[in-house]
Design a protein around this ligand. Sequence first.
Ligand code: TYD
Length: 223
Amino acid sequence: MSVQYPGLFITVEGIDGAGKSTHLPYIHSVFRKEGFNVLETREPGGTPVANKLRDILLQETLAPETELLLMFAARNEHLQKSILPALSEGKCVLCDRFTDSSYAYQGGGRGIDNEIIQHLETWVQHDIKPDLTLYFDLSVELSLERRALRNQEHNIKDRFEDESPYFFERVRQGYLDRIKQQPHRFYVLNGADSIPIIQERLSDFLKDWLRYYNTTDRHPMHG
Ligand code: TYD
């Protein structure tokens, strides 16, 4: 672990409908109760310019390469103007999606070579990586059922949600490949479990993880 900043960088990932939005408020509350000042944010977005890029990304038809470049353009703004300043103030940054989404959606889903994504990742992030990534895993079948229900209620579909089940199978595989490559950074939750079961798992895991984390030199502010 590198000593770059005193804060904590936590990301939450999963295919659309896997349960991120349902569980984010609970995850936020666990860190707050553990004494952290939490900045909750999301990608694409998180700054005024990145939010403008988000509108383009979610609404316009783009070539896959353009989509990837805009994701990283938004990420660069977000990192420099919001995430890194918060981490250097010792905050816990809780981010709904980050670079693993680019590997899963633009890499797995759109078929862009992982090496190209890695190149952009290194250029934009240097060696900044989430300290922990909570991944909500769910079958594509169940995620489609949940999304159909949600869209009936709110009609909040974006461009990605119009993609085929095959696209989402590739996205999910993109995540699973990523987890195989960096197993220590991820904690995998079963998105099909009930809300109370997921909350119990999250609470137990995060408390243990923070205890371990606080005993390392990595985190002097909260050690
Ligand atoms: P959003 O409405 O925030 O979806 P969700 O609630 O499922 O997180 O839309 C974000 C969409 O952007 C989502 O479908 C995934 C996609 N995305 C990428 O394709 N690549 C990325 O790097 C990021 C951050 C998001």
